[in-house]
Write a protein of this length. Structure first.
Length: 297
C-alpha cells in the first residue's frame, strides 16, 4: 500500500534528518555529498559528457567533450534510478528550475509501508548554479527538509547518495533524492547497442586521463590520492547502478557514471598540470636587469 502526500514547499518545516539504517556514504562520480540543511556542501569532481539523441524522449547526443546543458532536460520527466519518483527541470546554464519533485520512500513509523511525497508550492523550486567544480554543471536545490545537489549529465541528473534520509514528519515519510534521475528503464532498452558503443569511448577517455594522472602521482600527493581512489570506482559504479531499472539490459547508468568519472579525471588532470606549471614558474630564477649607469662585469 502506497500512501501519497501533497506538501507545499512554503509550509514544510526543516525536519531533522534521521539516519538511514545501515546507510553508508558513497561519493557519486562527479557529485559532492549532500550535507544536512544549514551545512556547507563540499565540491566534488568534474567534467563533460554530451547532450543526447535517442535517450527515451528523443534527446540528441552532444558532440564529444561538450558538457550537457540544463536545456537538454527541458520537457522530460526523470525518475530516480529509472523507476520511482518524478523530477522535471527547466532553465539554462545559469539557473535551473525544478518544476516538479516527487520523492518515493517508506513510512517512518512503519518501514514496511511505502509512501510518496509531492513537493510543490506556489512557485517552482529554484536551483542555484555552483559552476563546474568537477567538469559538469552543478546545481544546489534548497528543498525544505531535503536540500540536495545534482550534476547535469547527458539526459539525466546525478545526485549524490546521502548519509541520512530526508524526513517529512507531517507525511510520516523518509526518503532520499540520491541516485541517477533518468528516463524510465524500459524506454532505454532499444538504445542498448548505442550505449555500449558510447561506453567504449567513455572507458577510453577515462583510461587516458587516469594514466596521465598516474605519471604525475610521484610528484603530486593529490594525484597519488586520486589514483588510489580510482581503484574503487568500478565497485562504486556497480553499487550505484544496480538499482537502475533494467540496467543489465541497457547499461545507461554505467555509461553516464563512466562519462562523469572521465570528466572528473580530465578536470583534475588540468588542475594538476596548472599547479605544476605555476610551481615551476615560481621556482625559476628571475633575471635582473642592470641599473642604468652600472658597469657590466
Amino acid at each position: 500500500m502506497i500512501r501519497r502526500f501533497w506538501l507545499p514547499v512554503c509550509s514544510l518545516v526543516a525536519a531533522a534528518f534521521v539516519a538511514s539504517e545501515g546507510a553508508a556514504q558513497m561519493m557519486l562520480p562527479g557529485a559532492a555529498p549532500t550535507a544536512p540543511q544549514g551545512a556547507t556542501v563540499a565540491p566534488a569532481k568534474p567534467r563533460s559528457a554530451g547532450a543526447a539523441k535517442g535517450v527515451a524522449a528523443g534527446a540528441k547526443s552532444a558532440k564529444p567533450g561538450a558538457a550537457p546543458s540544463v536545456a537538454s532536460l527541458a520537457g522530460r520527466t526523470l525518475k530516480l534510478n529509472g523507476r520511482s519518483g518524478q523530477l522535471q527541470i527547466s532553465g539554462d546554464d545559469q539557473t535551473a528550475t525544478i518544476d516538479k519533485l516527487q520523492l518515493a520512500g517508506e513510512s517512518v513509523s512503519d518501514p514496511s509501508q511505502r509512501c510518496v511525497v509531492d513537493i510543490v508550492g506556489e512557485k517552482p523550486i529554484q536551483a542555484t548554479s555552483v559552476g563546474r567544480p568537477d567538469g559538469l554543471m552543478r546545481f544546489e536545490a534548497d528543498v525544505p527538509a531535503c536540500p540536495f545537489s545534482f550534476d547535469v549529465v547527458d539526459g539525466a541528473a546525478l545526485a549524490p547518495s546521502q548519509i541520512t534520509a530526508c524526513v517529512f514528519k507531517a507525511a510520516d515519510c523518509q526518503t532520499s533524492p540520491g541516485g541517477l534521475w533518468g528516463p524510465d528503464g524500459a524506454s532505454l532498452v532499444g538504445d542498448a547497442a548505442k550505449f555500449a558503443k558510447e561506453r567504449l569511448e567513455a572507458d577510453k577517455a577515462m583510461a587516458k586521463a587516469f594514466h596521465a594522472i598516474e605519471d604525475r602521482a610521484k610528484d603530486s600527493p593529490e594525484a597519488a590520492d586520486l589514483v588510489r581512489d580510482q581503484n574503487g570506482f568500478a565497485g562504486q559504479r556497480e553499487d550505484i547502478c544496480r538499482d537502475y531499472d533494467k540496467e543489465g539490459v541497457h547499461g545507461f547508468c554505467a555509461l553516464r557514471l563512466t562519462q562523469a568519472r572521465a570528466a572528473l579525471l580530465e578536470t583534475r588532470l588540468s588542475e594538476f598540470d596548472a599547479a605544476a606549471a605555476g610551481k615551476a614558474a615560481s621556482e625559476k630564477p628571475s633575471k635582473t636587469r642592470p641599473k642604468k649607469g652600472a658597469k657590466q662585469p
